[in-house]
Design a protein around this ligand. Structure first.
Ligand SMILES: *[C@@H]1O[C@H](CO)[C@@H](O)[C@H](O)[C@H]1NC(C)=O
Length: 653
């Protein structure tokens, strides 16, 4: 979505001689097809990143704040460059710019996968290396191999190499943001220029439908890829001992980037063959369009030089922002965008942790439930606007009511969860991981190999549970059972412990949680189309392009950039114990789930209330004005994601 979505038809447009040739690259229909696939590929990457972020976080030991920065970093390049795109508009060879952008994005996706190939194998605390590893070693016999918690040389090298992973991923994200800049705005303006007037809304509708549903494919791909083990390319099947349910499981997060990069590369190729200008599509009897009308719609920006344009931008932005309805609606949308950005980045992690689900399953919930419900809401909102011929005031009322209802349905979500399971020495009472019963076991301090005791208490490792023996699977020497655990007291004798987390006892809340959250998504999305309508109807026609540009700029600067970082920081504050590797903090091992839920969902309720207040104020302002301004009749049009897809009304009076 960008500044130039509503870019008027270009003055460069010439009527080209209509040859009867069948060259597909002279057909706008073929362009629309290519562009649909390209946008899908582009959204696949960005959706995929969000679906795999909790896995990347665990793999490279990031805090959630760092993953928030990573998730929002593509907006940096995007924000900086979008102004230029709206300036250059149709002055450049648009298909080539789109193709070039897609190639850059493809390269960026390769870069995102790169850390996997330059870093070594994923290492976790393992009990396979020697016979007694992971067990309580009573006296100091194995002191040298185990209690020595400084890391080995290879671990240290690996740990140092991982310091470079974050900058590399950031660079990939920056490049991805830059590559994606020309794709949508140039694509839309190109289609708008060369499609027949009759078909143009259809084409834009197709593109926007893909834009809305595209991220869902990213989450679906995430769900598929994260089922494979991260080192699937380096290990054979019987060398993989972790189970998907294990909290240490890392899925093949990089695989999706490789797939998406190839997809992007292939879809970028046709763009190198599309002409700079193509014959305008002939459709029915509107082949002769009044070009005078096109001239009238010209932006002032088209005639300015770049420096003039850059100078005039703040002025026009300020002029637009002085319109109170515009300001209020944009602020409301910024609140909603912040809500969605936080949700998109961390919802999977929340489901994973709160309901003890795999990353793969959490992503299915988002891609298969939340996003489709939101798309349905957007479509229904558009249909309602069109069918009921709702006025601006009616739109404000609809938005206010939808957001109020959305906040109300979000409130029960706060109750649908449970506390962190009991983890000895960590939760509910924290003793910094040392337990009296296993104090003499010389357990490695950085071990994270959770086991679930037969008394229902979780231990951070089998050693911390004081287990003295283990029972192995004969086939693959996987540990089945740790026995004689002195920290587990069952009727006066030592209990046993099974590998893996006990998990939260919350799985039964998952279904109602998903129902309520899908409902929330659906209701909130109803406000999307009406709120865009309010913006387009309240700004001056000549400022419309700028208004939409400024709107998306504010989305980026106030919502998409800071929101994931804010959410990540809030999530970090709820961590009980951080993982350690070679003395460095890695990602969080245990969260206080009650506080996690309250802060994560609380932020959403907060942004929801912010949006509600803004919509309510805009409604009051409109009421106040109702007597002074007569509403224009016949201003009905359908909007999806901010782009007009019905008949032109902007110049009618
Ligand atoms: C683990 O070992 C204990 C003690 O030998 C036994 O009672 C328990 O049934 C075993 N559990 C499993 C799942 O093998």
């Amino acid at each position: 979505m960008t500044a130039s979505e509503l870019q008027p038809t270009s003055a460069l447009q010439r009527s080209m001689p209509r040859k009867g040739c069948r060259n597909p690259f002279n057909s706008i229909k073929f362009f629309v097809l290519c562009h649909s696939i390209l946008q899908l590929a582009q959204l696949l990457v960005s959706g995929y990143l969000k679906s795999s972020i909790s896995t990347i976080e665990r793999r490279y030991g990031f805090s959630s704040q760092k993953s928030g920065i990573l998730a929002s970093f593509n907006e940096v390049g995007n924000t900086l460059l979008i102004v230029f795109v709206s300036f250059f508009g149709s002055r450049v060879h648009r298909p080539r710019f789109i193709g070039g952008g897609a190639l850059v994005a493809s390269l960026a996706a390769v870069m995102m996968a790169l850390p996997h190939f330059i870093s070594g194998q994923y290492e976790y605390t393992t009990e396979l290396k020697d016979d007694n590893a992971g067990l309580c070693q009573s006296e100091s016999s194995f002191q040298t191999t185990l209690s020595n918690h400084s890391c080995t040389e290879s671990q240290l090298r690996e740990s140092n190499a991982q310091q470079g992973v974050f900058p590399l991923l950031l660079l990939g994200q920056l490049l991805l943001g830059i590559g994606c800049v020309p794709i949508q705005p140039f694509g839309i303006s190109y289609i708008d220029d060369y499609a027949s007037k009759r078909n143009s809304p259809l084409y834009l509708g197709i593109l926007l439908a893909i834009t809305s549903i595209g991220p869902a494919f990213g989450y679906m791909m995430g769900s598929f890829m994260l089922r494979f083990y991260v080192d699937i390319d380096k290990l054979s099947k019987d060398q993989i001992f972790l189970e998907q349910k294990d909290p240490r499981w890392i899925g093949a997060w990089w695989l999706g980037f490789v797939v998406a990069a190839s997809f992007l590369f292939l879809t970028s190729l046709p763009y190198l063959l599309f002409p700079r200008q193509m014959p305008k599509e002939k459709a029915g009897n509107d082949a002769t369009e009044p070009s005078a009308k096109e001239e009238k719609k010209l932006l002032p920006a088209q005639e300015l030089t770049l420096s003039q344009f850059l100078k005039s931008f703040p002025n026009i932005a300020l002029r637009t922002l002085r319109n109170p309805i515009y300001l209020l609606v944009v602020l409301a949308q910024v609140n909603l965008a912040a809500l969605v950005a936080g949700l998109a980045t961390f919802m999977a992690k929340f489901i994973e942790r709160q309901f003890t689900q795999t990353a793969s399953f959490s992503n299915i919930m988002i891609g298969g439930v939340s996003i489709p419900m939101a798309v349905l809401g957007i479509i229904l909102g558009g249909i309602l606007m069109r069918r009921l011929n709702i006025s601006t005031k009616g739109a404000a009322l609809m938005c206010t009511a939808a957001i109020l209802l959305c906040v109300l349905t979000a409130l029960p979500l706060l109750l649908l969860g449970c506390s962190t399971q009991t983890v000895a020495g960590i939760f509910p009472t924290k003793t910094n991981g040392t337990l009296a019963c296993s104090a003499g076991c010389s357990c490695p301090t950085e071990a994270f190999n959770p086991v679930c005791g037969s008394d229902g208490v979780e231990f951070i490792s089998s050693c911390h549970a004081g287990c003295a023996t283990k029972i192995l699977d004969n086939n693959n020497s996987k540990v089945l059972n740790y026995t004689d655990c002195r920290c587990i007291d069952v009727n006066g004798s030592y209990g046993y412990a099974l590998p893996g987390t006990c998990g939260s006892s919350c799985k039964h809340f998952l279904f109602p949680f998903m129902v309520f959250s899908a409902l929330t998504c659906f209701i909130a999305s109803l406000s999307q189309t009406p709120s865009f309508m309010m913006i387009l109807r309240t700004v001056k026609p000549e400022d419309k392009s700028f208004a939409v540009g400024v709107q998306y700029m504010l989305f980026r600067v106030l919502a998409f950039l800071p929101a994931p970082v804010l959410y990540g920081t809030a999530i970090d504050t709820t961590c009980i114990i951080w993982g350690q590797k070679c003395g460095r903090n890695t990602s969080c091992l245990y969260y206080n789930m009650d506080i996690f839920r309250q802060r994560f969902l609380g932020l959403q309720v907060l942004f929801g209330c912010g949006a509600f207040v803004c919509f309510l104020l805009s409604l009051l302002v409109l009421r106040h004005r109702a007597g002074q301004r007569s509403q224009q009749a016949g201003q009905s049009c359908t909007m999806v994601n901010g782009v007009k897809i019905s008949d032109d009304h902007t110049t009618s009076t």
